[in-house]
Ligand binder design. Structure first.
Ligand SMILES: Cc1cc2nc3c(=O)[nH]c(=O)nc-3n(C[C@H](O)[C@H](O)[C@H](O)COP(=O)(O)O)c2cc1C
Length: 148
């Protein structure tokens, strides 16, 4: 899959005052009516239990100039370090902090979980969809980020 270009987002989750963000490439558009998206999250990922408990997630779709943000949220640092110096905003659904400088945002409520080996595929109802200030998109290909 290294040679399959994938768009990059940061998924954020919040539960009882604790919030985490994680870089993902697994966001897929599933259905328009009703609006559904999917994400595949590793069972060992530090956000996994928080996501299952909150049963909701935010998606900040990254723009062309946000490779450093992608690296930071893929780093495995503790959540406090991830959020340090990052401007966040709340969307209309308020499910989790969203990255203020992103290309756009989705807020979702988990409607289904599908066991998938060492990952779980979460299907989410899209509660809110907004465009942000960033330009272009960020693609991961051959172990590097590429602005498009
Ligand atoms: C380009 C890229 C895409 C990624 N996509 C996913 C993904 O779709 N799902 C996932 O669970 N982890 C994904 N990861 C891994 C997480 O970003 C993170 O590195 C991993 O959860 C380890 O951090 P943790 O120990 O805090 O969980 C991706 C990492 C990179 C660099």
């Amino acid at each position: 899959m290294r040679f399959y270009p994938q768009g990059i987002s940061v998924m954020s989750v919040e539960y009882e005052g604790e919030s985490m963000g994680v870089t993902i490439s697994s966001l897929i558009s599933i259905s328009l009516d009703p609006p559904l998206v999917g994400v595949s999250i590793g069972k060992q990922a530090s956000c996994y239990e928080l996501l299952r408990r909150s049963a909701s997630f935010g998606i900040s779709v990254l723009g062309a100039a946000q490779a450093a943000v992608a690296q930071r949220f893929a780093s495995g640092f503790p959540p406090l370090v991830h959020w340090e110096g990052i401007e966040t905003r709340r969307g209309p659904a308020g499910v989790a902090p969203l990255l203020a400088e992103a290309r756009g945002w989705l807020e979702c409520r988990v409607r289904d979980e599908h066991d998938a080996g060492d990952h779980t595929v979460f299907v989410g109802d899209v509660l809110a969809l907004e465009l942000g200030p960033a330009k272009g998109g960020l693609v991961y290909l051959d172990r590097a980020y590429h602005p498009v």
